[in-house]
Ligand binder design. Sequence first.
Ligand code: RFL
Ligand code: PHB
Length: 392
Amino acid sequence: MSVRRTKVAIIGSGPAGLMLGHLLRAEGIDCLILERQDREYVESRIRAGVLETTTTDLMHRLGIDARMDSEGLIEDGFNLADGDQLVRIDIKALTGKHVTVYGQTELTRDLIAAAPERDLEIVFQAGDLKLHDVDSARPSVTFVKDGLAQTIEADFIAGCDGFHGPSRRAIPASLAREYTQEYPFGWLGILADVPPCHDELIYANGPRGFALASMRSPTRSRYYIQVPRGEKLEDWPEARLWDELDGRFNPLSNHGVTRGPALEMSIAPLRSYVFETMRHGRLFLAGDAAHIVPPTGAKGLNLAASDIAYLSDALIGYYGRNDDSGLLHYQERALSRIWKAERFSWTLTRLMHSFPGQSPFERRMQIAELDYLAQSMAMQTAIAENYVGLPL
Ligand code: RFL
Ligand code: PHB
């Protein structure tokens, strides 16, 4: 058994863990990242696509921004549709801000590639990871790497291990409160090297349910459609999905849907979830480890980034100025932003999806809300300011 010591042991090399590791190393604070998967797996996961300025600002602060700045697409607006009418939300005019389309996959690759030159150690394939004594002054993490049992003793543990990781479970249930909302559908996504059907994102709520036209670049498209919960990928040959996307987006888009072979297809369930508390002793949770939003508001990765903005400030204050106020207020600051993002994602999910058993009256309510939105600058502004991200 080998034993090492560090200041902050970070569990998980998703965006939350990687950003935290880089921010701490930039201040000379000892830390390391323990990741269950191998590097190739982490670098090929297809997930989020839309970054708020809170997230791009962090990447700029780190100076890991060259590819994001050259390849990211600045989006000044996006569209909501109720079947046959596009309502453009002019986020630039309404908020003075924009969002950036740059895949989580690319952001993760950039953060991993920059790790060696910045002396940030990432241990991939750290198996059977366990947290110990998190509410004591000497917390530790054990794991197995290449058949060898290892212990990391740390001042603090950052649980950045996503929804299924072990960190959240290291907090006794009696000290926490869980809030959950499951939705009766998931999103079936497809990534393909074909030009996007429209220059900006379209979120559509048609008679056949929700669909999203998104992109990764001028030559790479990302589409999603709503499918019932429990639907199997085998039920969706590519041609069936393209037929469905044609039907949804050809009438709405500038360029029409171009078909191409799938680089990836997957189904993700939709849920809202918040775990209160985000701190137990010397363990701090951040990102999907503590909360999940349905992807409708494009908030998951961005919330992980804002948690890390608060948590890194707190740790830097602790080590740099012997000031523990940031650590004491971490959860309160993070949760205030999280709940507002939960509210926005839930509202947009309810507005834009077909719910099984939805009454004709409820459908008319959705249409009326989209119709009202089309005419109301006040409502468009409220949507735009949430979409670009509320201030930290
Ligand atoms: P992650 O990315 O899940 O990373 C957690 C890491 O922890 C590792 N891990 C462990 N490591 C060691 N030991 C263990 N026992 C471990 N268990 C787990 C995992 O392998 C992994 O590497 O969490 P993080 O860093 O908090 O980041 C959160 C984001 O990934 C997530 O919120 C977003 O992807 C959500 N999301 C979107 N967010 C946006 O902001 N904008 C979007 O447009 C957007 N679109 C999406 C999305 C998520 C989707 N899916 C598939 C859930 C679209 C989709 C389809
Ligand atoms: C994506 O491009 O993957 C994407 C975009 C917007 C969302 C969710 C996902 O709201």
